[in-house]
Design a protein around this ligand. Structure first.
Ligand code: NDP
Length: 300
């Protein structure tokens, strides 16, 4: 397929969207993405004339990235399953994204697209605005998949004291810990198998739920079913935002532990990406307006 054909395919179905200034997201599946709400609202507020379009793409990722660049696309988000695979097609990768090993935002430069990871900063902003600090805290991460890589790096970058990574597949928890542990952090990251969760010493923890357990209505608690384990949380996050309240979130609420879901992370990763594309600053009023629209769309 030529680039022209790929471009035609990309905009197929979106012909009614009139703009000279496209942003977009590449992923599969992508139909239910909420990101157009975030970016179209920012465009309207700043009169940028941009339209953000979800592109459900197949395996020809490199060709799509090339075609998007040739056709003037200013910025792209990249989501599952392409966040790692997109890296070879970029002219440059931001240092943090390199260390995470995943890119979710492409910013147009003279030489090609530069890759960033705004998931990590998005999560950090969502935690920080609750008044919770990461610095010097002990963290328990549940999960060691793609999103967990950004979470682990956030813990490292913002100075968490110790991070236990519990995962169904212990090899993945071990690999992620190895990637994050270096001379500076020594053995801050400790992989723990589900069977050995009792080896996590008693204490007060920030618990970050990064598995996909909770997406389905029939899902119970993720990985550990001992309620006493969760009493050790002083603050908790579930990266899942749909449903709004997973079993994990309900459990935290019942225990009286402050907890947030992943919707603010989604919101902030989008805002940070847009700030990179347009060199703007999205203020608190617009942020709140976008957030209420996301809530309306998702939960009402
Ligand atoms: P991955 O597929 O890369 O990882 C999935 C993780 O969940 C792995 O740790 C996997 O364990 C674990 N897991 C899956 N099924 C089970 C199960 N039945 N029992 C126990 N563990 C299980 O997904 P991502 O890391 O990309 O995403 C994880 C979650 O984070 C998703 O629910 C996604 O919606 C959410 N997310 C939210 C974002 C936001 O902006 N709020 C951004 C990105 C993700 P194992 O390694 O053993 O397979």
């Amino acid at each position: 397929m030529s680039n022209a054909d790929i471009w035609e395919k990309i905009i197929e179905g979106y012909k009614e969207v009139k703009s000279d200034n496209y942003l977009g997201i590449f992923g599969y599946p992508i139909k239910h993405t909420l990101s157009p709400i975030i970016h179209d609202m920012i465009s309207d507020e700043f009169s940028l004339g941009e339209r953000y379009i979800p592109f459900e793409i197949d395996e020809n990722l490199g060709e799509y990235v090339k075609s998007a660049y040739e056709n003037g696309i200013k910025g792209l988000n990249i989501t599952v399953p392409f966040k790692e695979r997109v890296i070879p097609y970029l002219c440059e990768v931001d240092d943090d994204a390199k260390k995470i090993g995943a890119v979710n935002t492409l910013v147009r430069t003279d030489k090609g697209y530069k890759g960033y990871n705004t998931d990590m900063e998005g999560l950090y902003r969502s935690i920080k605005e609750t008044g919770t600090e990461i610095k010097d805290k002990e963290v328990i991460m549940l999960g060691a998949g793609g999103a967990a890589r950004a979470v682990a790096f956030m813990c490292k970058k913002y100075g968490a004291k110790k991070i236990y990574i519990i995962n169904r597949s212990i090899d993945k928890a071990a690999a992620l810990s190895d990637d994050m542990n270096d001379k500076e952090t020594l053995k801050k990251f400790i992989p723990v198998s589900v069977d050995e969760y009792n080896t996590v010493s008693n204490g007060k923890y920030i618990i970050i739920q990064c598995t996909s357990v909770g997406l389905k209505s029939e899902d119970g608690l993720p990985l550990i079913h001992d309620i006493n384990f969760y009493r050790q949380a002083e603050f908790a996050v579930d990266l899942i935002y749909n449903p709004a309240k997973t079993c994990f979130i309900k459990c935290m609420e019942e225990l009286g532990i402050p907890v947030i879901n992943g919707l603010k992370m989604l919101l902030y990763q989008g805002i940070i990406a847009n700030e990179l594309w347009n060199n703007i600053e999205v203020d608190a009023t617009l942020t709140e307006k976008i957030y209420s629209n996301l809530i309306k769309k998702l939960y009402r």
